[in-house]
Design a protein around this ligand. Structure first.
Ligand SMILES: [Zn+2]
Length: 98
């Protein structure tokens, strides 16, 4: 069921070369300084958001937490119709920029 849905979504859009369908999200916990290195799959982790003018944007909401740490890091990201990052927001943690 899930795989079928993904295949359908990929079918509708221009298929991208393998390996480029996502990005790494690096965050640090402000409580214990733990670092998280997560791969975000754009094809199925992003949720569609239908705008009033009929266009589609995407957003990602993620809660990240480590073992043995009570802190919950909340990440919110917004993407345009081409799934390019427009804005990002984080609570209880910070983005690690290279
Ligand atoms: Zn922590």
């Amino acid at each position: 069921m899930f795989k079928k849905l993904v295949a359908k979504l990929l079918d509708k859009e221009n298929p991208q070369p393998a390996g480029s369908d996502g990005f790494f999200l690096d965050v640090r916990c402000t409580e214990c300084n733990a670092q998280f290195h997560l791969f975000i799959h754009k094809s199925w982790e992003l949720s569609q958001n239908f705008e009033k003018d009929g266009s589609v944007t995407y957003f990602l909401k993620k809660t990240i937490f480590g073992v043995g740490c009570p802190n919950r890091i909340h990440v919110e990201m917004t993407f345009d119709s081409n799934k390019n990052l427009i804005s990002q927001h984080i609570e209880n943690g910070e983005f690690i920029e290279d």
